[in-house]
Design a protein around this ligand. Structure first.
Ligand SMILES: Cc1ncc(COP(=O)(O)O)c(C=O)c1O
Length: 452
C-alpha cells in the first residue's frame, strides 16, 4: 500500500524515544485526556456534529457552516483536494520542502503538482498556472519556518488576481515558540484554514481535526458533502471539544517556556555532535544536517577540539546508571488527572553543565529484532564498526528504539527533522550516538555551520 512517508510508529518494534513526530513531548493536558477517555464509544456521535461545530464556531468567531470536522488533517487534505478537482482545479502548488500529504493527495487524483521553495516562486507559479489550489504550511513542516506580513499581503493579491484558493495548514500554530503568526485577520477570513490539535495536545493517535472555510466559498458545501458519515469518532469529537477551552489553551501556552529551554539545550547538545542546524525554525521541531561520518572529514583543524578517545564507557555508564536518572517519561498508561500534570517538567537534567564528551545514562536495551549485519553500536568498543552511511546511522539508532525523521523524502538527503523531546530522551540519544559513532565524534565548542 503506497503511503506518504511519516515519522512516528512504524512496522518495527516500539519507538522508545521518538524525535520523529512533532507531538508535544509532555503528552496531553489532563483535562483533554480525561475528556477523550470519557467519550461514549457505545453510540454513534451526532452525524451533524451540531454541538461541536457550534462550540468551535463560537471559539473562532465564525458561522457554524464554516466549521468542517475531519478525521485528522490528513483526511482534510484528501477531501479538499478532491473537492478542488471536482470544482475544475487542475493544479496544486505545494511547499518544498513540505508535508508530503499535499502532493500525495494531488497525485492520487491525477492533479498536476508544482513545488514552491519560496513565496516569490509561488507568486510566479500562481500567475502562470491559472487558478490552482495552494498549500501553505505555517509554521512549515519540516523547516519550522514562517511567512512574514509582506508575504501574506502578496499572496492575498495573488489569490484575488488568479482566482486560486489558499489553504493555510496551521497544524503547528499552537506549538509556535517564537513570535506570532503574521497572517492578517482579514486574509484569514478569505483562506481555508486547517487546524490539527492532536500534535499540540500530544494525542496524535486520535484522528481529529477541522477545516475553517473562508467566509464565502462555493466549495464549502462540496467539502462538507464529501465527508463520510460520522467522519469523526467519539474520541475525536471529545478531543476537539476539549481543545477549544481557555484553560487548556493557557496550559499549552504555559508549557512554551519549558519547550523553548529544551529546544535550545537539545540544539546545543547535538551541535557538539556535529549536527548542523538549519536556521529559522519558530516551532518545536527543527532540521539538522547529520554529522559527517568520516571523522577525519568532520574535524576543522582551526578549532580547539577536546577529543577524549579513551573514554571508559562502561565506568561512566555504571556511574550514571546508579544516579537518579530515569528514562524519558512518556506515560504508557493514562493516570487520573489528579495524580499527574503532564505539562510540568518530569525531570530536568543538568544538560548545560555537562561537557560534550560527558556520557549520559544507559541506553534502552536494543530491541529484539536482529538486523542482518553487525550494527554500529551493538559491538564492544574494540570491534566498533562506524556506520558508513546516514541510512545506517539512522537504522542503528532505530535499532536502539530511537527514531529521527529522515528528511530524504523532503528532498534533504543527509538531513533529519528532530522534535523537541525531554532532556532524558536527548541524553538517551547522545548515549546511543556515543555507541554508534564512537566517542571520537563528540566535539566541543564547534558552532553549527549555517548550511544555507
Ligand atoms: C503540516 C501537517 N499537516 C497535517 C498533518 C496531519 O496531521 P493529522 O492527520 O494527525 O491531523 C501533519 C502530520 O504530521 C502535518 O505535519
Amino acid at each position: 500500500m503506497p503511503v506518504p512517508e511519516h515519522g512516528g510508529t512504524d512496522a518495527g518494534p516500539p519507538v522508545l524515544c521518538d524525535f520523529s513526530t512533532n507531538a508535544h513531548p509532555l503528552g496531553p493536558p489532563p483535562a483533554v485526556l480525561d475528556a477523550v477517555l470519557a467519550a461514549d464509544r457505545q453510540r454513534y456521535p451526532d452525524p451533524t456534529y451540531a454541538a461541536l461545530r457550534g462550540h468551535l464556531a463560537r471559539w473562532h468567531d465564525v458561522t457554524t457552516e464554516r466549521v468542517l470536522p475531519t478525521a485528522g488533517g490528513s483526511e482534510a487534505i484528501r477531501r479538499l483536494s478532491l473537492a478542488a478537482l471536482l470544482d475544475g482545479i487542475q493544479t496544486v502548488c505545494v511547499p518544498q520542502p513540505g508535508f508530503g500529504d499535499y502532493a500525495a493527495a494531488a497525485q492520487a487524483l491525477g492533479l498536476k503538482v508544482l513545488g514552491w521553495p519560496d513565496v516569490a516562486t509561488l507568486l510566479r507559479l500562481m500567475d502562470s498556472a491559472g487558478p490552482c489550489l495552494v498549500w501553505i504550511c505555517d509554521p512549515c513542516n519540516p523547516t519550522g519556518r514562517t511567512l512574514d506580513a509582506a508575504e501574506w499581503v502578496a499572496l492575498d493579491d495573488a489569490q484575488r488576481r488568479t482566482g486560486s484558493r489558499l489553504v493555510v495548514d496551521q497544524a503547528y500554530e499552537a506549538l509556535r515558540l517564537v513570535g506570532a503568526s503574521a497572517l492578517p485577520p482579514s486574509l484569514s477570513e478569505q483562506v481555508w484554514r486547517l487546524v490539527c490539535p492532536n500534535k499540540a495536545l500530544g494525542l496524535t493517535g486520535v484522528r481529529a481535526a477541522y477545516l475553517l472555510a473562508p467566509r464565502h466559498d462555493a466549495l464549502t458545501p462540496r467539502v462538507a458533502a464529501l465527508a463520510a458519515s460520522w467522519v469523526l469518532s467519539a474520541e475525536g469529537e471529545a478531543l476537539l471539544r476539549a481543545w477549544a477551552d481557555d484553560e487548556v489553551q493557557e496550559e499549552l501556552a504555559d508549557s512554551h517556556d519549558l519547550l523553548r529551554e529544551w529546544v535550545q539545550a537539545q540544539q546545543d547538545r547535538l551541535a557538539s555532535w556535529g549536527f548542523q542546524r538549519m536556521p529559522g525554525s519558530v516551532t518545536n521541531f527543527w532540521m539538522a544536517r547529520l554529522p559527517a561520518l568520516d571523522a577525519s572529514d568532520d574535524l576543522d583543524p582551526d578549532l580547539d577540539l577536546d577529543l577524549d578517545l579513551d573514554l571508559d564507557l562502561g565506568a561512566t555508564r555504571r556511574k550514571l546508571a546508579s544516579s537518579a536518572m530515569t528514562m524519558p517519561s512518556r506515560p504508557t498508561h493514562p493516570q487520573p488527572a489528579s495524580q499527574t500534570h503532564p505539562f510540568t517538567a518530569p525531570q530536568t537534567l543538568p544538560l548545560q553543565t555537562q561537557g560534550a564528551n560527558a556520557l549520559p545514562g544507559p541506553l534502552p536495551a536494543p530491541l529484539n529484532k536482529p538486523l542482518p549485519n553487525p550494527l554500529p553500536g551493538t559491538l564492544p568498543p574494540s570491534q566498533h564498526v562506524p556506520p558508513a552511511t546516514h541510512a545506517a546511522l539512522l537504522a542503528a539508532l532505530r535499532h536502539h528504539g530511537i527514531k529521527l525523521r529522515d528528511a530524504t523524502s523532503f528532498g534533504y538527503p543527509g538531513w533529519v527533522r528532530l522534535s523537541v523531546q525531554t532532556p532524558a530522551a536527548v541524553m538517551t540519544l547522545v548515549s546511543a550516538l556515543h555507541q554508534v559513532l564512537g566517542p571520537h565524534h563528540a566535539r566541543t565548542a564547534i558552532a553549527p555551520k549555517d548550511p544555507s
